[in-house]
Design a protein around this ligand. Structure first.
Ligand SMILES: [Zn+2]
Length: 327
């Protein structure tokens, strides 16, 4: 009935919030610092102040259908409890959905940020028109969301879709933050890319690269953005790093296609902004690493929602196709 949805995106450094219409139009957005280092109470005050301002902008609670909140995992969307996210120190077993519902008298749901972003891409982003989609966000980590019949698949305990922690190389020397060796996150997210460039430069001192010059010999200062720009300018080391990253992502996504046979794969996040060189390598790699004979037909789509994807995602759990996503 034309009611608005409040979407709140809680990150390690900032909380973004907005008002989203039932047709997926963002009509108001605001950002405040999370103050995560000051503990849960301070962060929670930031969140509730923001919700209060958005309620005023909406003209009162009567005009709002619900409050969707997305946050880094691990969390349980079924119970609305934030467990112990590494990016939010001091948040331990927080019954966030219940607290927000009690405070504002409106239904509230909590969702994993990658799941929420995946649902938003299906409802009004890159994957409009598809029902069964595997979503990936590649930035400082790799988050994934499994969308089946335009709804988030949560699994028994609410923690399905942690695809970034599927290992594709258990003999890799690189241990992931989760404790396992060779997770795709450890191999292909931003820090993994930077590390690969650093290792190449350290192992071959004679190798000339604009990356070496950019950081004045301090290879530990190399960033994914530098790699992207250097590759664009034809730097051999940077191009090799992008090639490796695309290969690893391709091998991993081939496995996901073998498992899910999705209608489409959407790739978002900062690393995905590298664009064509990365996507080309992923598309080239997939067919040789899956038994799915139709894999070449699986669209590998760049995400469409960027800046406000968290707000859209959080609001999505109250949109009709996502309704059963939360409790
Ligand atoms: Zn891992």
């Amino acid at each position: 009935m034309g009611k608005l949805i409040i979407g709140i995106d809680v990150g390690g450094t900032k909380v973004a919030g907005g008002l989203v219409t039932q047709k997926g139009r963002l009509i108001e957005s605001q950002i405040v610092p999370t103050h995560a280092d000051k503990g849960f109470r301070k962060s929670y005050a930031q969140i509730t102040n923001l919700i209060g301002r958005l309620l005023s902008a909406a003209g009162g609670a009567d005009n709002v259908k619900g409050i969707g909140i997305c946050a880094p995992g691990p969390l349980n969307p079924k119970t609305g409890v934030i467990l112990n996210p590494p990016n939010l120190p001091g948040w331990r077993n927080i019954e966030l959905a219940r607290m927000v519902t009690r405070e504002f008298g409106l239904p509230s749901r909590v969702e994993n940020d990658a799941n929420a972003a995946g649902l938003a891409e299906v409802l009004f982003g890159a994957a409009v028109g598809y029902k069964d989609v595997f979503y990936v966000t590649v930035s400082t980590g790799i988050g994934t969301g499994i969308i089946i019949n335009r709804k988030i698949y949560h699994g028994k305990n609410g923690i399905a879709g942690e695809g970034g922690h599927v290992s594709i190389d258990y003999h890799s020397p690189y241990r992931c933050g989760c404790g396992t060796l060779g997770c795709i996150e450890a191999l292909a997210a931003g820090p993994g890319m930077a590390r690969r460039a650093r290792v190449m430069l350290e192992q071959e001192h004679g190798l000339s690269s604009v990356l070496r010059d950019l950081v004045g010999g301090h290879a530990e200062q190399i960033t994914p953005l530098m790699i992207q720009e250097a590759a664009h300018d034809g730097d051999r080391v940077a191009k090799a790093v992008l090639d490796d990253t695309g290969f690893y992502l391709g091998v991993w996504l081939a496995g996901m296609i073998t498992l899910f046979d999705p209608e489409a794969i959407v790739i978002g996040g900062g690393v995905s902004r590298i664009g064509k060189p990365l996507f080309d390598k992923i598309r080239e790699t997939i067919p040789g690493h899956t038994i799915n004979g139709f894999a070449t037909e699986t669209p590998i789509l760049p995400a469409k929602l960027h800046t406000n994807v968290g707000i859209y995602g959080a609001a999505s759990v109250f949109l009709p196709a996502g309704e059963e996503a939360g409790t």
